[in-house]
Structure formats: C-alpha cells, structure tokens
Write a protein that binds this ligand. Structure first.
Ligand SMILES: NC(=O)c1ccc[n+]([C@@H]2O[C@H](COP(=O)([O-])OP(=O)(O)OC[C@H]3O[C@@H](n4cnc5c(N)ncnc54)[C@H](O)[C@@H]3O)[C@@H](O)[C@H]2O)c1
Ligand SMILES: CC(C)CCC[C@@H](C)[C@H]1CC[C@H]2[C@@H]3[C@H](O)C=C4C[C@@H](O)CC[C@]4(C)[C@H]3CC[C@]12C
Length: 410
C-alpha cells in the first residue's frame, strides 16, 4: 500500500465541520472504494456526498465490518478514514470509487496522531481497543489504550470541532460482576451491581463514562459534542478469531469438543454485521436526534438465540463437523476453577520467561459460567434500529466463514 506524508488526501472534495482546516503529520494511504453496485446506489441517491467519517480500530474484527457497512449504507459519505495501529491488507482490495478511503496507521495513545486523524471529520466511530481478558497485555497497557486512548479521541473532537462521537463499549461495562450474579434478559435500565476487578471491563467502564460525560461539551466553533455508547454482548461472525480457535481445537480432538459449561447458563451473543449496522445507524441519527440520543447507552442486540456459550458455538461448529460431547459438563465446576486458577498461577510464574495465556482463566470461566443476556428495544425506539441480518443469515454467513478456513472476513 502506498503511503503519503502530510494530511489525508481527498479532503479537498469534502468540507470539514464548520469549515475547519486539516492538520498534517500522519502516514496515510488513499484508497478509492465502492464496487459498481455501490456506485449505482450512490448515483441513484439525490443526496450529495459530503461527510467525512473516521473509524478508529477500523482494521479489527468489528472495525472492518463497520468500514464495509459504512461504504454500503451511508450515501452521504465523502471520505472514510480508517485509523488503526495495524493496517489490514484487505484495504488494498478496495477499488477507486466516489468515496475516498484514507488508511491511517496510528496509535490512539498518541494524542497528536489522533488529533491529526480527527481534523476535518464530522463523525468519529471509536472502536479501537485492547480486547484482552487472557492476560496478554499488562493492566497498565489496557488502561492506556482503552481509557487514555478514548480521552485522546474526545479531546481531538473538541479541538477540531467534530460533533458526533460513537463509542464501542461492551456488555462487560455492566457485567458479569465479580459476584457472578446473573443478568437475565435485562435491558439498559435493569438494576445490576456493576463491580469489576479485571482490567479489561474496568477500562471499558471508565472509557464509557468519559464518553458519556463528554456529551454536551462545547467543541471548537461553539456547538455541543453529541456522544453515545454501544454495548455489544459477545460478538460472533466472519473474523471472530476465538470461534476459529475452538474449531481448530475440536479438529485436534478428533472432531469433538468437551462440554464445560451447563447448557442452562445463557450467554448473550450478537452478529457482527448487526453490530456494525447499529454503529452506522447511530452515527447517522445522532445529528437529528441529539436531545434524545446524546449521552445514552444502547445494548447491541439481534435475534440470535439465547444459549450457553458452547451450545451457541455449536450452531456453527456443528455444521462444520464438530460434536459437543456431554449433555452436562464433563468436569465438575470445582475442578474447572482449579485448572483456571492453575493457569493463572502458571501465567504469573512463567511471565519472566514466556507469555502463557490460555483461554481458560478464573475471569473467562466466570464470564462463560454466568448468565448474562439482554432483551431490549431501546435502539428501535430511539433510532429505528432493526437487525439487518436475520438469525438464519447470520448463522449461514458465519458457517461459510468457518468452513472457508481463511482469515479474511469476506
Ligand atoms: N469482540 C467482542 O465480542 C466485543 C464485544 C463487546 C465490545 N467489543 C469492543 O469492540 C471493539 C472492537 O473489538 P474487536 O473484537 O473488533 O477487537 P479487535 O482486537 O479485533 O479490534 C481492535 C482494533 O483496535 C486496534 N487497536 C488496538 N490498539 C490500538 C491503538 N493503540 N491504536 C490504534 N488502534 C488500536 C487493533 O489493531 C484492532 O484492529 C473494542 O473496543 C472492544 O472492546 C468487542
Ligand atoms: C470456560 C471455557 C470452556 C470457555 C472459555 C470461553 C471464553 C474464552 C469466552 C466466554 C465468553 C467470552 C467473552 C464474552 O463473549 C464477551 C466479551 C466481551 C467483549 O467486550 C470482549 C470479549 C469477551 C470478553 C469474550 C471473550 C472470550 C470469552 C471470555
């Protein structure tokens, strides 16, 4: 991918918020996008292309879906900036088209890099984050990326006159909490004691609070910032690495996975395409419904069935040839907890020598073993959200992706 110095190219075509100028300083690469079908859609639209969007973490699992969804579903898009620590090779596949796609390699912990990327953007969708519940990164690093990174994004919006900020939060901002209390098909108003010890949910909760408290702050030019936060449950779909890990583990075990969690424990899941669609809709509607939506949180939901983590995975892994052995957990809970604790101890002991970060640890066991599901229509009431993909389609797409055996989401 070619890289350019200086400000993001293509901005001359789009007008920044309140006519603010751009800043220089980041390595960027401009990529035209949109297939012919999308271009047709644009031609049909009477709306002028004028908006500049920035997606942080745009090369991650969710971020890539948000980027592709914006290109398909946001006809007013003029420039789409994709900001990530690691730019994905798939960006290169995007062809020249009416929307300018600008790839920006940058780090959210570096305030000047974020400010340069935000300059001239109308809307920021902040999905970048360090998703680590396995002890791969230090608590300090998780805090720096998730909390300081989010603060940098907010300040960049304020400095640059960018008025609309959508933050990808997480269900873990609420729970499961350290007491392992169930949250059964709750909504945004369901009382629940949100108490965290783990660095990841703690960082997401702090970052979410920063975003919500920033709602109403005056940005450059004097208008108020409008923010909101989306809280996905466990996301699945094309690009979901943990699903692939379970698939390969099952293949290694001769086509079997061993049940560890009771089937009665419900774990909330949502299809990545619907999460992306919800981000696009929120970003679009924030301007018109600022008094209603500003400072609000929304769980991300769709029609995926309520099941245990393992039973849900079998909806995809079953058709790929795997079998879940046991109608009840094959190991007693106390033994699983012992193994999880042993893993944590080994991680700590081995840390000076190597990184030992298995999927099973006391925290992941608690999350998988505690009912946490949502049932709400807040997003429908506030901004007309309905899932774009049915459960059948979400399932079929995910199965196709697991079977394809590649890492691309397409
Ligand atoms: N995966 C889930 O089930 C889930 C559920 C709820 C919420 N979320 C949230 O959704 C967001 C995206 O998660 P994901 O599952 O796509 O994770 P991911 O790791 O696939 O994507 C995160 C992206 O952020 C980028 N990033 C990390 N540190 C960065 C930095 N310092 N500067 C710039 N970019 C950086 C990564 O390179 C990556 O591309 C995260 O904020 C996460 O907390 C994820
Ligand atoms: C006990 C073992 C059999 C299974 C271990 C599974 C474990 C790795 C899974 C279970 C639940 C998963 C989390 C859940 O889906 C929701 C989220 C929220 C999101 O913000 C980040 C990812 C995360 C924590 C999932 C990580 C993997 C978990 C813990």
């Amino acid at each position: 991918m070619g890289q350019e110095g200086g400000g993001a190219s293509g901005r001359g075509l789009c007008h920044g918020p309140a006519g603010l100028g751009d800043e220089d300083g980041l390595p960027v690469a401009s990529l035209g996008v949109l297939g012919p079908w999308q271009q047709q859609g644009m031609a049909d639209s009477a709306q002028a292309q004028k908006l500049v969007y920035l997606v942080t973490g745009g090369c991650g699992f969710l971020g890539e879906h948000v980027v592709r969804m914006l290109l398909q579903q946001e006809p007013r898009l003029c420039e789409l900036r994709v900001f990530d620590l690691h730019l994905g090779p798939w960006l290169e596949e995007l062809e020249t088209g009416p929307v300018q796609v600008t790839a920006i390699q940058g780090d959210v912990t570096q305030a000047h890099e974020v400010a340069a990327a935000v300059a001239g953007a109308h809307v920021v969708i902040h999905t970048a984050g360090l998703v680590d519940v396995f002890g791969r990164a230090s608590p300090e690093t998780i805090h720096e990326v998730n909390v300081q990174g989010t603060q940098n994004v907010i300040e960049a919006c304020v400095q640059n006159g960018t008025r609309f900020l959508v933050y990808t939060s997480s269900m873990e901002v609420v729970g499961p909490n350290i007491k392992g209390q169930p949250f059964y098909r709750g909504n945004e108003n369901t009382p629940y004691e949100a108490a965290h010890r783990h660095p990841y949910p703690r960082s997401k909760a702090l970052a979410e609070r920063l975003v919500l408290e920033a709602n109403g702050r005056k940005v450059r030019g004097g208008l108020p910032l409008v923010t909101c936060a989306l809280r996905p449950t466990g996301i699945y779909g094309e690009g979901h690495q943990i699903m692939k890990d379970f698939y390969h583990q099952g293949l290694r075990l001769g086509g079997r996975l061993l049940r560890a969690i009771p089937a009665s424990v419900e774990h909330g899941r949502v299809y990545v395409g619907n999460v992306a669609w919800m981000h696009v809709l929120v970003a679009r509607e924030l301007e018109h419904r600022a008094p209603l939506m500003g400072g609000q949180v929304y769980f991300c939901y769709d029609n995926s069935p309520y099941k245990s983590y393992e039973d849900f995975n079998m909806e995809f892994l079953g058709p790929c040839g795997l079998r879940l052995v046991g109608s009840r957990p094959l190991l007693p809970y106390w033994l699983l907890l012992f193994l999880a604790t042993l893993n944590a101890l080994l991680q700590w002991l081995l840390r000076p020598l190597l990184l030992y970060a298995p999927l099973l640890n006391p925290y992941t066991l608690a999350v998988a073993n505690t009912t946490f599901t949502v049932s709400t229509d807040k997003a429908l009431r506030h901004f007309g959200y309905e899932p774009l993909f049915s459960w059948e389609e979400s399932r079929a797409r995910t199965i196709r992706w697991v079977q394809a055996g590649e890492d691309s989401t397409q």
